[in-house]
Design a protein around this ligand. Sequence first.
Ligand code: BES
Ligand code: MN
Length: 446
Amino acid sequence: MSQQSAYLDAFFDYLRFPSISTDSRHAADVEACADWLVARFTKMGLSAEKYPTAKHPVVVAKSEKKPDRPTVLIYGHYDVQPVDPVEEWDTPPFEPTIRDGRIFCRGATDNKGQNFAHLLGIEEALKEDGELPVNIIYLLEGEEEIGSPNLPAFLEAHRDLLAADICAVSDTGMIGPGIPTMTYGLRGIACLEFLIKGPGFDLHSGVYGGAVANPAQIVANLVASLHDQNGRVQIPGFYDSVVELESWERDMWAALPDGDAATLAETGCPGHWGELGYTALEKRWGRPTAEVNGIGGGYQGEGSKTVIPREAMAKLSFRLVPDQDPVAIINAATEYLKNQVGDYCEIEVEPGHDGPAYVMDPHSPYGKAAQRALESTFADKPRLIREGGSIPIIQSIKDVLGVDTLMLGLALPDCQIHAPNENFTLENFEAGIKLNRALLRELAQG
Ligand code: BES
Ligand code: MN
């Protein structure tokens, strides 16, 4: 069997676990995936252990510690997003399938493909060189896609086990195929959902319509009140602690391939939207937002049903930038929503998960080492970007373990993470293995 097909067999075994962290029906699959990882790490010569948490387990694997070498903490997640709408997948979501040079499967890119490539890089180095140029601590969690509720406490409880000089993560994107990309910032996140309750039961909309508040209408009013006509979030205090983009960042991003055009091409949206005065990349990477992730209430079936629903709801998330405080944002949003509803209905607001934005200095010594690794892997100068997505644990790693994180992700704009037909290119799978080896070599230089 060729090396590549042996790698792919193992990767496919990993992908087949439906390790959907948000769905309690899959708890046993998440657990089994963790066991599989422990076995794999053990087989390649690391000492690996599964640690239970209040929900899904954490896996930690360590190489033999050589005192004269820096220690690199590699973080990734083995949980995945749900697969719905499942009917939009061209092949079953947990049956890895290769088409057109891409591996299709839920988790193929986010994040199993990326963390497995790093694992294989380590395995290859151990096989060929008998040792690693750095000490490795590989931390894989099963709760990233639900906001890592138990990982901060795990970091606190295992400071010594996890003590490292630098952290590296492959869970971000590349601006295009073959273009080495280093991410030096992430947006934060703050989630909430609200429920509007009106009549005691669904009403006939002809008999009572016009005289009682319709909860679906109130939800729509509240959602519409989030932004003004210039795309700015209207919640009082929302922008108070926002750190503006630096001019070097705006200049650097303006020199990247046209982000406005790319944003339309990648998304299929017919036109631009959002905060006035910013390019699409600035809006996505460096500005805070309010989004509606779900909205519901009333009759959704075929035809019409003349009803005033008893209640209606919306799920919101805010993407945050330095130095916004997620809890302060949830509180401000809660107050803003509550202040707008009169005594004609009731509102319940439930806070969800949150995490702050993160930025690091890409020109620090380890940052430069990461850039050298990218440059040697892709034979091109790395582009420095921030990302709109969030990995809340990265700031906790900084706060609790005191180290910065190098983000060298391999997600491509068309890899469909969180969507049907998620895929990872074979090219990036291979590049990831090479990148890991280059990274460990460069980090050993400091
Ligand atoms: N890998 C993503 C985050 C990401 C995506 C970073 C694309 C950069 C580019 C991560 O797995 C993710 O989806 N995070 C969630 C976090 C949330 C559930 C707390 C997100 O951003 O929505
Ligand atoms: Mn994700």
